[in-house]
Design a protein around this ligand. Structure first.
Ligand code: ADP
Ligand code: MG
Length: 418
């Protein structure tokens, strides 16, 4: 009973700490600095470890039991390698002054689980939430066996009710705390998404109104230019000027159409098309810009196929990404476009050797008006990319290293004939 009460008090403090931290961090949700978040995770988990050990329950003269494993495990998995090492040091240095043979057990457990946590923390976030919950719970169960059952048998303080209580409370609490953290994380991400979406809505509305305000006068101008060209009495040199003017107006209206790709009313063409031709076309269009920047363009098709959607929009995606890539290499470099495929999807990698982006910048990609190009950029290119690719059932992933380069991965569901 004493053990049960002790462990439940531990759990209560862990939950209180999480909610408190969540409240404090919530206000600062706009900051995307990952380094700060790691410090927060470390401080929070250390505080939880310290309070768990201070409120622990002695079982034998050498051993004390508590829920310190929960903040250690979750802090390590969410925080990564350095946080794990920091927490391991904190845990051991708090435990040593309390004495007993349990110190050796603690050191052994900390070394063993730090290794496991560091190994897993890289891959942890690539997995499904259910997988994460299962893994944390299983690790807690494993910890209870090595941390309680084995020494209990060895030192002969075995009592299966105690062990059962400990294993049950530790595993269940780990499960609930992980679940709570996952929920809080989801809310946090959704909040960021909502802000992005809000801005997107405004752009969308603005674009729709521009469509009416600018396109109509442009159509009128184009019409009159056409009349001038068809008129026999007008001298030849004026006709030359008019045809140039007509070309430029057509270009202007094309630009507006491109801008409007993401505005609401749009006649969509849903057809099946091969990505290779589109990539070829895109390469042709960007070649002049690439030459100007001293950029070499390579392409290689390893398995490709057909996808379903609007080819015009798809080209827009490729152009926007390639244009960014070339603009990131003002002093020349290499732009490569590779394709590959799996059973269900087609992958396009667009890699540049440009100045790259920091993680904070990657996180902001796709946000309207986010641009680091001062006057030159509109900050709409990547937003259009995200919107179109998601509309086609695909996904965009960006990996980048500053001063090394950037790769944009575009994935599309492959089209299979019935
Ligand atoms: P714009 O090109 O008008 O600035 P985008 O939405 O296309 O807007 O891109 C947003 C920002 O993302 C750019 O200003 C640039 O800082 C960054 N960015 C995008 N692609 C790359 C890239 N390949 N390499 C480096 N930075 C990039
Ligand atoms: Mg751009």
């Amino acid at each position: 009973m004493v053990l049960l009460t002790g462990l439940l008090i531990n759990l209560l403090f862990i939950l209180l700490l999480i909610l408190l931290a969540n409240m404090l961090l919530w206000k600062k949700h706009t900051s995307l600095q990952i380094k700060y978040r790691k410090t927060h995770i470390f401080l929070l988990s250390s505080a939880a470890i310290i309070q768990c050990i201070l409120l622990s329950v002695p079982i034998d003269e050498h051993f004390i039991y508590d829920l310190r494993f929960i903040p250690f495990l979750l802090g390590g998995l969410y925080g990564g390698k350095y946080v794990t090492i920091g927490l391991a040091i904190t845990l051991v240095s708090i435990r040593i002054p309390l004495g007993g043979d349990g110190i050796w057990l603690t050191i052994l457990l900390v070394i063993l689980f730090s290794t496991i946590i560091i190994k897993m923390s890289d891959k942890f976030f690539n997995k499904h939430m259910r997988w994460r919950l299962a893994v944390t719970t299983i690790l807690a169960l494993g910890y209870s066996i090595i941390g309680f059952l084995l020494p209990a048998i060895y030192y002969d303080f075995i009592d299966f009710i105690h062990y059962g209580t400990y294993a049950f409370i530790l595993s269940l609490s780990t499960y609930f705390v992980s679940y709570l953290l996952e929920i809080l994380r989801t809310i946090y991400v959704l909040q960021l998404e909502a802000v992005k979406y809000e801005k997107m809505e405004i752009v969308s509305h603005l674009a729709a109104s521009i469509s009416h305000e600018v396109r109509n006068p442009l159509t009128a101008v184009k019409g009159f230019l056409q009349l001038i060209l068809e008129d026999q009495k007008i001298p030849e040199n004026i006709k030359t000027y008019s045809s140039l003017a007509l070309e430029e107006t057509t270009r202007a209206s094309n630009i507006i159409n491109d801008y409007l790709t993401f505005a609401k009313p749009h006649q969509e063409k849903q057809i099946v098309f091969g990505i290779e031709e589109e990539i070829e076309k895109c390469k042709e269009i960007i070649t002049p810009l690439a030459l100007k920047n001293d950029v070499e363009v390579y392409k290689a098709f390893f398995h490709s196929g057909k996808i379903m959607g609007d080819p015009h929009k798809f080209r827009q995606v490729l152009l926007n990404v390639c244009k960014n890539a070339i603009e990131a290499m003002p002093n020349g470099g290499t732009l490569s476009i590779l394709t590959s495929s799996t059973d269900t999807s087609i992958l396009i990698h667009i890699t540049d050797t440009g100045y790259g982006m920091s993680p904070q910048h990657i996180a902001r990609l796709g946000e309207p008006y986010f641009s680091l190009k001062d006057q030159k950029g509109t900050g709409l290119g990547m937003m259009v990319v995200f919107k179109i690719v998601e509309g086609m059932g695909g996904a965009v992933r960006v990996s980048s290293e500053e001063h090394v380069g950037t790769t944009v991965y575009l994935t599309f569901p492959i089209y299979k004939e019935q």
